[in-house]
Design a binder for this molecule. Structure first.
Ligand code: FES
Ligand SMILES: [Fe+2]
Length: 337
């Protein structure tokens, strides 16, 4: 792993929903172990179809449940001494004991699947989700083209924290330099409401037919999920960007690009059957995150930014909002930047 991120001033892991992949990443009967929020977690799909997440190591003697564990109903049976754990993490069976089971629990996480995307709730609080997963039903529109093979990209163990990606949504001045926009971009609106920070960004794109103005409507739902929607020429393009912490300095990032095609166009199975300009639009949006990545992975985090006057209000507002998503916020004065 790359060196730790220096200077980040929020401690612990932010509260919220975090996208961790696509439903097709989690196959029946095949438990997988992932490291998220500094913890090792086993995911498996129970017989009911429900995706279950619990501590990766058996509470008995610590075997890794993903390595040889067997899914039985909605339980997972440990490969070491055969103890079974149910979907709530309760011990369900000690096969060789007259007591049948013991009163021991494994930690569990809330996992939901929406539009073939998988989300996990993280919080330091010992309670269920405090808000809903954002509405991404637009991905299920019959005129929407997207699929996990052709219109997504994944970065594992990127040296960044989710908040850095979210800070990008108000950072209008980087677009010309990092994303090679035609001219300066403008932040037309921004504001926080509860766990959502919304932005309207005016951008001028380079296309083969010359510069085109687009308005990007972006919502950050916590610091884990960013949804950007833009109407462009005769179609609408959406960018669902999910970032989840692996540890204090590293994250996984995944993007799904969806294109809502005009009504008179059949939606093909594969991107290669789309008209060329739609294929190029998908690639441009996927590549756009690769343009940010070397900046994020190599920068240090300046907790005290010498803001230019034009960027100060939005930059401060976003950081103040993000700060409220961390445990360190409870009962403590806000950090001013
Ligand atoms: S370590 Fe899992 S049953 Fe013993
Ligand atoms: Fe960017």
């Amino acid at each position: 792993m790359k060196e730790d991120l220096r200077g980040f001033d929020n401690h612990g892991y932010p509260e919220g929903w975090f996208g961790i992949g696509w439903s097709s990443d989690f196959l029946d009967g095949q438990p997988v172990q992932r490291r998220l929020f500094g913890e090792d977690i086993v995911f498996y799909r129970g017989a009911s179809g429900k995706l279950i997440a619990m501590g990766a190591y058996c509470p008995h003697q610590g075997a890794a449940l993903a390595v040889g564990g067997k899914v039985e109903g909605d339980c997972i049976r440990c490969p070491f001494h055969g103890w079974a754990w149910d979907a709530d993490g309760n011990n369900a069976d000690v096969p060789y004991s007259a007591r049948g089971r013991v009163g021991v629990r494994n930690k569990t996480w809330t996992v939901e699947e929406v539009a073939d995307h998988v989300f996990i709730w993280n919080s330091w609080r010992d309670e269920g989700p405090r808000w809903e997963i954002p509405d991404i039903d637009f991905l299920q529109d019959p005129q929407m083209f997207w699929n996990p093979v052709d219109s997504t990209r994944t970065w594992l163990n990127a040296r960044l924290v989710p908040q850095m990606v979210t800070e990008n949504i108000v950072d209008f001045s980087h677009i010309k330099y990092v994303h090679l926009a035609e001219s300066d971009s403008e932040l037309e609106k921004f504001g926080a409401q509860d766990h959502v920070f919304s932005v309207v960004l005016r951008q001028v794109f380079r296309t083969r037919k010359g510069p085109v103005v687009g308005r990007d409507h972006i919502e950050a739902h916590g610091v884990g999920i960013n949804i950007a929607r833009m109407k462009f020429l005769n179609y609408e393009i959406t960018n669902l960007l999910n970032v989840v912490p692996v540890d204090a300095s590293h994250s996984e990032m995944r993007v799904t690009i969806g294109i809502k095609l005009p009504d008179d166009l059949d939606v093909p199975e594969r991107a290669s059957d789309l008209p060329g300009h739609f294929q190029r639009a998908i690639k441009a949006h996927l590549d756009s995150q690769d343009q940010d990545m070397p900046i994020w992975e190599n920068q240090i985090y300046r907790a005290n930014v010498p803001w230019a006057p034009e960027e100060a209000r939005a930059g401060r507002a976003l950081r103040k909002w993000a700060h409220s998503l961390y445990e360190s916020y409870d009962g403590k004065p806000e950090v001013t930047t």
